[in-house]
Design a protein. Structure first.
Length: 100
């Protein structure tokens, strides 16, 4: 099984006004992205890292499917918060090495 290993920082954006934003790191977790994370619950192949990260957290929290080195987190046990992962990742600095 081909696996990708990724250390993921969770960034939360606090909107201070219509134009101003402040970035504050409030936590992190380590996860191993495996082939099971590359498809959604219906078996459709995921094409963006944000969607893969969201599925990884659903696999961990909802379905109890995790890779050996996956760590828990205190943020994404909630389905609504997992739904925000692609947006949060897109607003962050990105990780070109992992995206390749």
């Amino acid at each position: 099984m081909k696996r990708w290993v990724a250390g993921m920082a969770v960034l939360v954006m606090t909107v201070l006004g219509a134009a101003a934003q402040e970035h504050e790191e409030i936590g992190y977790y380590y996860t191993e992205l495996g082939t099971v994370d590359m498809r959604n619950s219906r078996g459709v192949r995921l094409t963006t890292l944000g969607a893969i990260l969201q599925q990884d957290r659903a696999n961990y929290h909802r379905f109890g499917r995790s890779n050996v080195d996956d760590q828990g987190d205190r943020f994404f046990g909630d389905r609504a918060m997992r739904a925000r992962i692609p947006e949060l990742y897109a607003r962050g600095p990105g990780e070109p090495l992992i995206e390749r």
